[in-house]
Design a protein. Structure first.
Length: 336
């Protein structure tokens, strides 16, 4: 497998770290406009070559291109298809997700896959939703919540999401809500525990609704404080943490088992940049080896039809997967 990673930031560096440790990766090339990240990647050692230019060209013979930067996404995806490569897009902006999904016809014609939104949320959240759905006969609701940011670019994106229009799927149609509304206390895997989450301009519903035909309700919320909500219309008041701190994702899937309504809750925790990098690297390896479900553009809930093996690969990279188990009357405590 020959991989090309564009954008060696926090997520891109984690993608490189994972791919360098994989036995099925023969060649890894990094494309960047700036030489500064090269010093950080050089500490990883291994077989990395670099392409430093204002316009990043796709190397001939690349099997998969991982896009881990928030600009030039659509153009890079098109050029990757023209070069005969699969595309893994570690992006979470709804506009980028919509644009990439519109490349479905071009990807099918090229016989290649575009894995859209391969981050913590969307991305890991999509695979967790697919995994949870296996326990149900029919899925009626999916609710995603995320906590934390992966780095400066991710923090700025989340800051903007709180002032953006939130998309929610309800009873066969899209509904729009103000970002920062809909406060809900969400319990994440430890050590995050409980946190207030709000509606925001997030991409998870855009990828989950097509993956679950007939689903009645799909939402996505983002952890935020009162200060975050009040200051979201303003520029960020202080610089974001350069690496990102602890984060988490939680997915609740509800539906029917026989004649009873059941809910399955799954999640994960860790540094969001690390989680996103592991998910993107795993998706890249699955795409190159033909393990994704189909060609064309889609989210991981559509493309990963074997969520158990995918999550095992993610767990082997050090990303914990938690399943909430409720306790009966008289029992003390709860666990995941």
């Amino acid at each position: 497998m020959r991989a090309f990673v564009v954008g060696p930031g926090i997520v891109g560096s984690e993608v490189c770290r994972e791919l360098l440790g994989a036995t099925d990766v023969d060649e890894l090339t990094v494309g960047t406009r700036c030489s500064r990240p090269i010093g950080r990647l050089s500490s990883l050692g291994g077989r990395i070559s670099y392409r430093l230019a204002g316009r990043v060209d796709i190397p001939a013979g690349a099997d998969v291109v991982v896009i881990a930067q928030p600009y030039g996404v659509l153009n890079l995806a098109r050029r990757a298809l023209d070069a005969g490569a699969h595309v893994v897009a570690a992006v979470d902006h709804p506009d980028h997700v919509r644009a990439l999904l519109r490349l479905d016809g071009a990807a099918r014609a090229a016989g290649r896959t575009i894995a859209v939104g391969t981050t913590m949320a969307p991305g890991l959240s999509c695979v967790l939703a697919r995994y949870a759905s296996r326990r149900l006969d029919r899925v009626s609701e999916i609710h995603v919540a995320s906590f934390g940011t992966g780095g400066p670019a991710c923090a700025r994106r989340h800051h903007a999401a709180l002032r953006s229009i939130a998309h929610e799927w309800r009873r066969g149609e899209w509904r729009w809500h103000a970002g920062g509304s809909g406060r809900e206390l969400v319990w994440f895997p430890e050590p995050v525990a409980g946190a207030d989450c709000y509606r925001a301009g997030l991409a998870d519903p855009l990828l989950l609704v097509p993956a679950f035909p007939g689903v009645e309700w799909v939402t996505a919320r983002l952890q935020a404080t009162r200060r975050d909500r009040l200051t979201s219309p303003l520029p960020m008041l202080r610089p974001p943490h350069p690496q990102g701190l602890v984060g988490a994702v939680r997915v609740q899937v509800s539906g029917w088992v026989g004649g009873a309504v059941e809910a399955v809750i799954v999640g994960s925790q860790g540094r969001p940049g690390r989680l996103a990098g592991v998910v993107a690297a795993t998706a890249a390896r699955w795409a190159a080896s033909g393990r994704l479900a189909r060609v064309g553009a889609g989210g991981l809930a559509e493309l990963v039809r074997e969520p158990g093996p995918f999550l095992r690969d993610v767990a082997e990279a050090g990303v914990p997967i938690s399943v909430f188990e409720g306790l009966g009357p008289g029992e003390v405590g709860a666990g995941v």
